[in-house]
Design a protein around this ligand. Structure first.
Ligand code: HEC
Ligand code: HEC
Length: 506
């Protein structure tokens, strides 16, 4: 009988079993690490400059709502008829220089896929051009005058329902030269069997949640219905015809400016004055951009907040077009008629003192201000109650939202850059606002960015503007209100001109 010299002794056997276990554990740990790095950990681009963070920094909206960047790039290839050669520009999105993404889009790698979605600047960057010039100037923190969010939402909803939107079509578009996705075999399978059904499913869900937008007036460029989509998406409020009045259904609001937030702390803001806390207004805005209470990146929002805190209001871009004498006369009129509700400049700086200007940040009841009731009606006590439950269990839980009885007198710093005027953007220029409603433009065109340096605001004739026809007789679009002796509409034409001249300097 030959000796089996290769046979392991019992001690050696035990040691080899241990080695095997050690290897299995090491391999498992490595797999776990890779899984965590690829599928759990999220990656964001960090920007040095606060302004770049504002333009493209992620606030966490991609996690729940983001589109894979290749899908974002493929959609203009798939829908040239809807978007035209400018792609996403069709919806008023702005590309600065040769940026890969429009202003207001950020990126984040989630579950191993690079996704893009919205941040604050998509709604809070304005543009203007001076008469006779083609150069487009960007004003960061100004209301967006370009963004057509209504069309953008309708587009996503339509894509979800389009029978031609298929996995094949998507993968081919991603592989097209225009997108240059160069998918390999595995990636193709991922896009076909995982990404496509998810994207289509998300658009279909959006279509169900926001079915009511089809019954709304088109918000047009530079406006959004602030709270109705919020009701539907965050809280599943019933939005059918039996559940909401026509007035409340059409709550479209103009975008506001967001500069100089420090002096706005404690002032009741949002158009109806429903919240006095800057931090809550910011966090609530982030929900509008698509973050959820779980995915919100509070540090990123805090960084935007810090930047907005002392962001100066922009200065009127044509100093040579301000008549000093006229503006001084206007200052006297403004002090007498307007400052009580809006504050004004003192010693060269805007004065936001609510002691000196007791109406600043105070709600003027709807029957007195008499502007369009839609935005006011869309914000209901039940919704305020629901909002105050958001972030329940956290120190930053909402506590300040309340239903008010009208619209609020806000600071008018940088007002030249905030056209069109009133909460629903129904009056094109400051000079028009000083006329009684019967003499304000009844049908005009918005979406352009050519400034009218005399009447102060964007030009609203069909030629100069972006050609969205704004009809003030439609629900939510009324240009009435803010009228009568107290609001300056009974003054002489030359007094009104002087007031406008003064407002150029705010
Ligand atoms: C989808 C467009 C949109 C996005 C994105 C958005 N906002 Fe706004 N924001 C608005 C609108 C519209 C209002 C006015 C709401 C109202 O009263 O109806 C507003 C109001 C505000 C206000 C209050 C301004 C005032 O004077 O009443 C602040 C501050 C603000 N947003 C900051 C932010 C910040 C910070 C972000 C990013 C975290 C952000 N917004 C993202 C549309 C947007
Ligand atoms: C009693 C308070 C009160 C007085 C007085 C008053 N306003 Fe207003 N103002 C308001 C309120 C409230 C709003 C918001 C109305 C809305 O958006 O529906 C407003 C809105 C405005 C806006 C639009 C702001 C924007 O961002 O679109 C301008 C401009 C303005 N007022 C200028 C004036 C001028 C100029 C005077 C004086 C001739 C004046 N106001 C007098 C309360 C007042």
């Amino acid at each position: 009988m030959a000796l089996d010299l290769d046979r392991l002794s019992p001690v050696e056997q035990a040691m080899s079993r241990r080695r095997r276990w050690r290897w299995i554990i090491i391999l498992l740990a490595a797999a776990l690490l890779i899984w965590w790095l690829v599928f759990v950990n999220q990656y964001v681009v960090a920007y040095d400059k606060p302004i770049d963070h504002f333009r493209h920094g992620s606030i966490g909206s991609e996690t729940a709502n983001g589109l894979p960047i290749l899908v974002f790039k493929a959609l203009p290839v798939l829908y040239p008829d809807r978007m035209g050669p400018g792609g996403w520009r069709r919806f008023g999105l702005l590309y600065e220089g040769d940026d890969e993404l429009p202003v207001g889009f950020s990126r984040r790698v989630v579950t191993g896929v690079e996704r893009v979605w919205l941040n604050c600047s998509v709604c809070h960057v304005g543009t203007y051009r001076l008469p006779g010039q083609t150069e487009e100037h960007y004003v960061y923190g100004a209301p967006s005058n370009n963004l057509r969010l209504y069309d953008l939402i309708r587009f996503f909803i339509d894509v979800g329902r389009d029978p031609g939107f298929s996995a094949d079509a998507l993968v081919n578009a991603i592989d097209s030269d225009a997108v240059g996705g160069n998918l390999n075999f595995v990636e193709r399978a991922v896009y076909r069997y995982i990404v496509f059904p998810r994207v289509q499913g998300a658009f279909l869900v959006l279509g169900r949640q926001l079915a009511f937008v089809e019954r709304q007036e088109d918000w047009g460029p530079g406006r959004v219905d602030t709270f109705n989509p919020y009701k539907a998406i965050q809280f599943n409020f019933p939005m059918g015809p039996d559940s909401i009045s026509e007035a409340a259904l059409n709550g479209a609001a103009d975008y506001p400016s967001i500069w100089m937030q420090r002096p706005r702390e404690g002032i009741n803001l949002h158009w109806d004055g429903n919240n006095s806390s800057v931090a809550e207004r910011n966090l609530s805005a982030a929900l509008g951009a698509g973050v959820t209470p779980v995915t919100v990146d509070r540090a990123a929002i805090r960084r935007v907040e810090d930047w907005m805190w002392e962001l100066p209001a922009p200065v009127f871009p044509a100093a040579d077009r301000i008549d000093g004498g006229k503006a001084r006369r206007g200052e006297g009129l403004f002090t007498a008629y307007c400052a009580g509700c809006h504050g004004m400049k003192r010693d060269g700086a805007y004065d936001y003192s609510r002691r000196r200007y007791p109406g600043l940040g105070q709600v003027v009841p709807l029957p007195a201000i008499a502007t369009d009731p839609g935005r006011w009606a869309s914000y209901t006590p039940a919704f305020a109650g629901a909002q105050n439950m958001l972030f329940a269990g956290y120190p930053w839980r909402f506590q300040h939202f309340r239903k008010t009885n009208g619209y609020v007198g806000q600071p008018l710093d940088g007002i030249w850059a905030r056209s069109p005027y009133l909460h629903n953007g129904s009056v094109p220029t400051l000079r028009d606002l000083l006329e009684p409603a019967a003499d304000r433009p009844a049908v005009w065109f918005r979406g352009g960015d050519m400034l009218d340096l005399d009447r102060v605001g964007y030009r609203s004739d069909p030629g100069a503007a972006g050609a969205f026809r704004y009809d003030t007789s439609r629900p939510g679009n009324s240009h009435k209100g803010h009228e009568g002796a107290a609001y300056g509409t009974a003054l002489s034409a030359s007094d009104k001109d002087a007031l406008v001249e003064y407002m150029k300097t705010l």
